[in-house]
Design a protein around this ligand. Structure first.
Ligand SMILES: Nc1ncnc2c1ncn2[C@@H]1O[C@H](COP(=O)(O)OP(=O)(O)OP(=O)(O)O)[C@@H](O)[C@H]1O
Length: 439
């Protein structure tokens, strides 16, 4: 029981277990005998251990993985950490093998002795060990800010909603989030609502029992169950039919599913990350999306800016995709004219378009040098992609090299060069004046 000073009615005070649940990050408390007193749900997920596994666990077993006495001054982090809140990299044995965590330990003094609070985070130093697929390429400010947000929310159990135009990297960010979470060793299951018809989506998500419908000749486990202990990435959640939206909401609220044709409720422990390129708030206003589900999903929205708003990432991404292409590494680093040309473009198809451009360029260049003529932009017409962007209205910034490259690539055609840069012709004129470029 936790009571505050002079509390008139201690019986009404919250328990320690209830208090630790208020902390969104993975958090555990040890008592003065170095025995674990309480852990919140985020910590259980982070360590893949149950509350029963953890309660009463000694510091030696917690830090070393095997029961034993406290290692004392020489080795127990609770003793050595003091009150400095410096993160401490440790290898903690979880339910599925050891994992590297960064632990911040703080010491408190109570009536009956000391106690210790431990905040657990995935160790950023361990990031290189994560698979290539989980790495986010990009060093622009918006990208660094995005990574910080994702790393912050990853260890919690919050539902995350990824917003951004098509091809901007939503699935990639979901992958990164999964690998930064305590569920990294669990599965990452992806479901794309835009590719599933209304009839099959329920069976896909929740599974079905034998005989549930014609053709159901055996029991099938759904994607929620397949994601047990891991993450379920629901892509294009805006395409979910209304009837399914209420069912999804129920699962998010109760953490239980019922297979189609089944009667039992099955507990599921899957962290949900959803994504959409659509403006869900507008869909709510038009009655196409349930308001309650919208609020539930957007507990932690993360906006991924379009590539044209983070042109500083273009070269790093281009070289990354070139490295992945057959024989592409031959062309690294990119020549200045190719780099200028790439940076000048506005990428309506975002990172996916850049990836396709680089894969194609590597093929066209073969074993010779990679030249500007090998760069073929896919959406030269510059058609607008429908955007659900809270940052709509932010302006493209063109460099002198970019403007010159766009003019060179379009044979000096101003209207085409403006389209190519993703700006209006009037804006292009302002740039021509600013950089004193004559066409
Ligand atoms: N920051 C990044 N670093 C490395 N690769 C990236 C990055 N962002 C996107 N990609 C790659 O670009 C391609 C498109 O990204 P992704 O599929 O994640 O986009 P998306 O926003 O989910 O698209 P859609 O809305 O069409 O589902 C993928 O091959 C992905 O791996």
């Amino acid at each position: 029981m936790l009571t505050l000073n002079n509390r008139p009615n201690p019986a009404a005070a919250p328990t320690l277990d209830q208090v630790v649940e208020l902390i969104p990050d993975a958090f555990v408390i040890f008592d003065g005998d170095h025995r674990l007193l309480a852990a919140n749900a985020a910590a259980l997920r982070c360590l893949s251990l149950s509350r029963e596994d953890l309660r009463g666990m000694g510091c030696h077993e917690f830090f070393q993985g095997v029961p034993g006495g406290c290692a004392g001054e020489g080795g127990c982090p609770l003793v050595t950490a003091g009150s400095a809140m410096e993160p401490l990299p440790v290898q903690i044995p979880g339910g599925r093998g050891r994992r590297r965590l960064s632990v911040r330990i703080s010491r408190g003094r109570g009536e009956h002795g000391d106690f210790f609070g431990l905040l657990l985070h995935p160790d950023p130093e361990a990031a290189p060990a994560s698979p290539e697929g989980a790495r986010l390429v990009g060093q622009s400010l918006p990208m660094l800010e995005l990574m910080r947000m994702v790393e912050r929310v990853a260890p919690t159990s919050a539902t995350v909603l990824l917003l951004g135009e098509s091809g901007v990297g939503k699935e990639r960010v979901a992958d990164y989030l999964h690998h930064c979470s305590g569920r990294a060793q669990g599965p990452l299951v992806v479901v794309d609502c835009s590719t599933l018809g209304e009839q099959i989506i329920e069976a896909e998500l929740f599974g079905y029992e034998k005989g549930a419908f014609t053709g159901a000749d055996r029991r099938k486990v759904g994607l929620f169950e397949a994601a047990q202990g891991g993450t379920l990435f629901i892509d294009e959640v805006g395409e979910l039919p209304l009837s399914m939206q209420s069912k999804l909401l129920r699962v998010l609220e109760t953490s239980r599913i019922r297979r189609v044709g089944g009667t039992d409720y099955i507990p599921v422990d899957a962290r949900v990350v959803a994504a959409t390129h659509r403006d869900l708030a507008a869909m709510v206003a038009q009655g196409g999306f349930r308001e309650d589900l919208y609020y539930r999903l957007s507990a932690f929205p993360v906006f991924i800016p379009p590539l044209r708003e983070r042109r500083e990432d273009v070269i790093a991404l281009a070289e990354h995709f070139l490295r992945q292409a057959d024989g592409g590494a031959l062309h690294l680093p990119l020549s200045v004219p190719v780099a200028d040309l790439l940076v000048s473009y506005h990428y309506p198809g975002n990172v996916r378009e850049l990836k396709n451009i680089m894969t194609r360029a590597a093929i066209l260049a073969g074993t010779g040098p990679l030249l500007p003529e090998h760069i073929a932009f896919q959406s030269q017409a510059g058609e607008a992609v429908s955007v659900a962007s809270p940052r709509r209205g932010s302006r493209s910034v063109c460099t002198e090299a970019g403007v010159r490259a766009a003019l060179a690539a379009t044979g000096g055609h101003r209207a085409e060069a403006a389209r190519h840069l993703g700006v209006s012709e009037r804006t292009l004129y302002r740039y021509l004046e600013k950089f004193q470029i004559r066409v």
